[in-house]
Write a new protein. Structure first.
Ligand SMILES: [Zn+2]
Length: 261
């Protein structure tokens, strides 16, 4: 059995409710805090005096060194997910902004059109969040694997599915009648409703791979919207099906965020 941190426990009645309802759930946090190490101070007195330069008669040609621009630092997992803060406002006013932008479907097969929406006040860069959602769904390991389908993005009324990121209290309200307590995500109609609680905090079973957990959240809830029901862990050590409620525990399976890994 895996140890649960205080406050993350999911009541058995909720587990049963989730299993019975066919609706979706999600999971906990890594919360690592980096601390900057103090920099050693260098005083002028520690710099050795320069030796007298020997001057040769013939100047030695020196090959020019091309200037190399410093490579930009790779985004952290939180930056990749669009987070601009790890603060999770418990309650916001429930107004959503549609993330502006359209993109054609890049793959083959039937096109599903996604609209991404973020609750006002949620601390994310909306374009980065939308890019994460779309990159997940159009990953060759996602629902469109092998030309099964492909995902376009819209900011209009032509969406097949909507993916929302909401504060815990708003997600709880939008998920009703399913009770999520604001700590589990869900699918309600054509909406995949991701709670900022999980988007930020992740899950202890994915503590080594917060990005993988976020891929799981998107794939799992969109999977419900595509008509997929829950699945069970098929056996110890085997990859968890993406439609397993991995937020409620891996049940001996290995973490797996993808429908077609
Ligand atoms: Zn589910």
């Amino acid at each position: 059995m895996r140890r649960r941190r205080a406050g993350w426990g999911v009541p058995a009645v909720l587990v049963a409710l989730l299993a019975a309802s066919g609706l979706g759930a999600c999971g906990p946090a890594d919360g690592a805090v980096r601390e900057d190490l103090p920099q050693p101070s260098v005083s002028a007195a520690t710099v050795p005096p320069e030796p007298a330069a020997a001057v040769s008669a013939a100047p030695v040609p020196v090959a020019p060194v091309p200037a190399v621009a410093a490579a930009p630092a790779a985004p952290t997992p939180d930056e990749l997910a669009g987070l601009t803060s790890r603060d999770v406002p418990q309650s916001l006013d429930g107004a959503f902004d549609v993330v502006p932008g359209r993109a054609p479907a890049p793959g083959a097969g039937p096109v599903k059109t996604i609209r991404v929406e973020v609750e006002q006040g949620v601390p994310v860069d909306p374009q980065r969040f939308a890019a994460f959602v779309m990159d997940t769904l159009n990953d060759p390991r996602s629902w469109g694997a092998g030309g099964r389908m492909t995902f376009a993005r819209t900011d209009g009324d032509d969406a097949t599915l909507r993916v929302l990121l909401a504060s815990p209290d708003t997600s709880r309200r939008l998920c009703r009648p399913l009770e999520t307590y604001g700590t589990l995500s869900c699918r309600n109609g054509a909406r995949a409703i991701l709670t900022l609680y999980r988007w930020t905090n992740g899950h202890e079973d994915y503590a080594d791979d917060p990005t993988g957990y976020r891929h799981y959240l998107v794939n799992h809830e969109v999977g419900h919207a595509l008509g997929h029901a829950h699945e069970r862990c098929p056996g110890p050590g085997l990859p968890a099906p993406v439609m397993q409620q991995q937020t409620l525990g891996l049940k001996g399976c290995a973490q797996n965020p993808w429908p077609h890994p």
